[in-house]
Design a protein around this ligand. Structure first.
Ligand SMILES: *Cc1c(COP(=O)(O)O)cnc(C)c1O
Length: 401
């Protein structure tokens, strides 16, 4: 039997096997060094091998690993306080192990809120094309991507999928049946499309006017990715959600998600309505607190803004240099991509062979989400590798990567 034969074939990883990480770099057993510009899909924001994070988890591992939510978990009080203080609008947090679970909790909270208000028919959840909300039954139905729904039985009712451009005309789609509008302030998997701040504000207002709850999925664009702790904070309080799902970067590599809601809304979720065995366990809380504290230190997010501005400018020059390869630079902060005119998957493969890890996203986008701790030298190194890839792509008609 070959290695991997006993695993589900849902993934097809390349031959490189990474055994160690340091800052923005990953190493194979042979010592080959790779520049990590995907960070486990926007997860390892602090990079690899962060001492403070390692020690926080080690200390907790020595004390206590797990209790379940049957018992008080001190770390949950502390981390929930941190998020709610940082966000202003937020009142209560439910901790999960993943992004999909955080979105599930957000959708359940929204429906239950209206139900408890006596509005039992208000259960419709509106989402948009290009969305990605996870891989559970609930979240594939929320996302509405036919590729992810295929073969998994009848669609779950109660979801309306609109074209992404219809966010501009949301008022035409809201009714007294609409429980919530759910979307990513910066679409990740869909191709790194940010929703303009003015539009976020308009949507906020329209949801309020209609009694519809606004849910942000900040699983990918949160945790400092865009240069604010959470992406919607770029609206300076002008587009705060009622409920937000986060995960990925908030655990720095330890599985951790959070559903965060306004006090009044979250208060409907009483004993018996929801639960999780692992969610918010002491190990996850130790990691989450360390990540939060580092990301909110003076200068951390400012540096993300500074580095991402430099990166964007460098990417724009690459676009000018390779007009036959690069179509458009997309994204926000260090969640950035290039829409390509050559197959993004092939370019991504070629980049890996040259020592750069990148991802891909819908709409033929080469996706990058480097650790938030990168500096301008890392950017220059990545740009050098991409330049070599684009030269390959440009010169070969049948470019295969
Ligand atoms: C990754 C992702 C999810 C799902 O998170 P998992 O931890 O894989 O369950 C949900 N929403 C968005 C925007 C994501 O990027």
């Amino acid at each position: 039997m070959a290695q991997g034969d006993h695993l589900y074939d849902c993934y097809a990883p390349p031959a490189q096997e990474f055994v160690r990480g340091e800052g923005a770099y990953l190493f194979t057993e042979d010592g080959d060094k790779y520049l990590d510009f995907i960070a486990g899909i926007a997860v390892s924001g602090l990079g690899h091998g962060n001492e403070t994070l390692i020690n926080a988890v080690k200390d907790q591992a020595d004390k206590l690993w797990h209790l379940s939510n049957m018992f008080r978990i001190q770390g949950q009080y502390e981390l929930a306080d941190r998020y709610c203080d940082a966000l202003g609008w937020a009142g209560k947090v439910f901790f999960t192990n993943s992004g999909a679970e955080a979105v599930e909790c957000a959708m359940k909270t929204a429906r239950r809120y209206h139900y408890d208000q006596g509005d039992t028919e208000r259960y419709e959840i509106i989402t948009f094309t290009g969305a990605f909300h996870g891989r559970t039954f609930g979240t594939i139905n929320a996302g509405g991507n036919p590729k992810y729904l295929k073969g998994f039985g009848p669609a779950i009712p109660g979801f309306t999928h609109l074209d992404f451009s219809e966010l501009e005309n949301l008022e035409n789609h809201l009714s007294d049946k609409t429980a919530a509008v759910l979307f990513e302030p910066v679409q990740g998997e869909g191709g790194l499309r940010p929703v303009p701040i003015d539009l976020l504000k308009k949507v906020r207002q329209q949801c309020s006017d209609n009694g519809t709850l606004l849910i942000y999925d900040e699983v990918q664009c949160g945790a400092g990715r865009t240069g604010k702790l959470f992406a919607h904070q770029w609206a300076d309080g002008g587009a705060d959600p009622d409920i937000m799902a986060s995960a990925k970067g908030i655990g720095g590599g330890f599985p951790l998600g959070a559903c965060i809601a306004r006090e009044e809304i979250a208060s409907v979720m009483v004993p018996g309505t929801h639960g999780s065995t692992y969610g918010g366990n002491p190990m996850a809380m130790a990691a989450g607190k360390a990540v939060f504290d580092i990301m909110t230190e003076d200068g951390f997010l400012e540096n993300v803004v500074k580095t991402s501005n430099f990166l964007k400018q460098q990417f724009e020059s690459l676009k000018d240099e390779f007009p036959d390869v690069v179509d458009e630079i997309r994204g926000k902060g260090l969640l950035i991509g290039m829409r390509l005119k050559k197959p993004a998957l092939a370019v991504r493969k070629n980049a890996l062979s040259k020592g750069l890890l990148a991802g891909s996203a819908g709409d033929n986008v080469l996706r990058m989400a480097p650790p938030l701790i990168i500096n301008e030298d890392h950017v220059r190194e990545a740009v050098g590798i991409l330049r070599a890839c684009f030269k390959d792509a440009q010169s070969l008609d049948d470019f295969k990567g």
